[in-house]
Every structure is written in structure tokens, then in C-alpha cells.
Design a protein around this ligand. Structure first.
Ligand SMILES: [Zn+2]
Length: 145
């Protein structure tokens, strides 16, 4: 009866029904345990964030509580595709930044080589990434330097 089976069904119902009630009861117990565990995880995270923020050194950034609830059901195909796209964009952005940074380093190296060659000071325009002799306006994009 503790498993939720009505007395009448227990005594007069199908014999396999008791087995099914037992199985459903076990599943419910398992589910309750998982909820309790998840609640503990949220609680632990909340307390950890609060303590680490209270004890953090001056100038360090405060930690945030988890941005969104922990996902326990599987993602739908659309959600999966959107997530993959976001990951790809992140990777592409990372490598383009890396490439841009390395281009800038190469430009800087070339500019300093030119500096030693003809004696004039070279700079790189932060707007269009071209190197040129020092002046107040970029010769390519006309931006102020
Ligand atoms: Zn420019």
C-alpha cells in the first residue's frame, strides 16, 4: 500500500499489477533522489559563490551564480544544431582574432625593420592595419592616428 497500490487492486486485481506498482515506486524514489541531488548541487554552488565573493581579494571579479538551470532532458535536434553553430562561430572568431593578432605582429616586425632601413618611424594604423610613416592621419583610411 505504501507503494501507492489501492487495497482493492492488491487483493482482487491482476497479480502482475503489484510488480508494476513496485517498479513505478522504485522509479519515483530514484527520481526524488535525483531531484534532491540536483537541489544540493544548486545549493552548493550558491553557497560557494557567496563565500568566494565574500572572501575574494580586492580587484578580482565577483563570481556569478550559474547563468541558467542545469539541463537534464536531452536537447532537441534544433537546439543541438543551434548549439553546434554557436560553438563553430566561437572557434572561427577565436582563430580570426589569432590570425589578426599574428598579422599585426608581422606588420610591426616589418615596420621596425623599415625603421632601421630608412630611419623614418613607422606605425600601424589601428583601423586598417596598414603600416606607414608616422603622421596624424592614416593615408589609407583617413582615420586619425
Ligand atoms: Zn588606416
Amino acid at each position: 500500500m505504501a507503494m501507492g497500490m489501492p487495497r482493492k487492486e492488491f487483493w482482487y486485481g491482476e497479480t502482475w499489477a503489484a510488480v508494476e506498482y513496485r517498479r513505478a515506486y522504485d522509479l519515483r524514489l530514484e527520481q526524488e533522489s535525483q531531484f534532491a541531488w540536483l537541489q544540493g548541487l544548486y545549493f552548493f554552488d550558491g553557497v560557494s559563490v557567496a563565500i568566494s565573493n565574500a572572501l575574494r581579494k580586492k580587484g578580482t571579479r565577483a563570481q556569478d551564480y550559474i547563468k541558467e538551470p542545469i539541463r537534464i532532458t536531452p536537447l532537441s535536434p534544433q537546439e543541438k544544431a543551434a548549439k553546434e553553430r554557436a560553438e563553430q562561430n566561437k572557434i572561427i572568431a577565436y582563430f580570426s582574432n589569432l590570425e589578426r593578432a599574428s598579422d599585426r605582429e608581422n606588420e610591426a616586425a616589418r615596420a621596425s625593420m623599415l625603421l632601421s632601413a630608412d630611419g623614418s618611424e613607422m606605425i600601424i594604423c589601428p583601423h586598417c592595419d596598414t603600416y606607414q610613416t608616422r603622421r596624424s592621419v592614416c593615408m589609407k583610411c583617413k582615420a586619425a592616428l
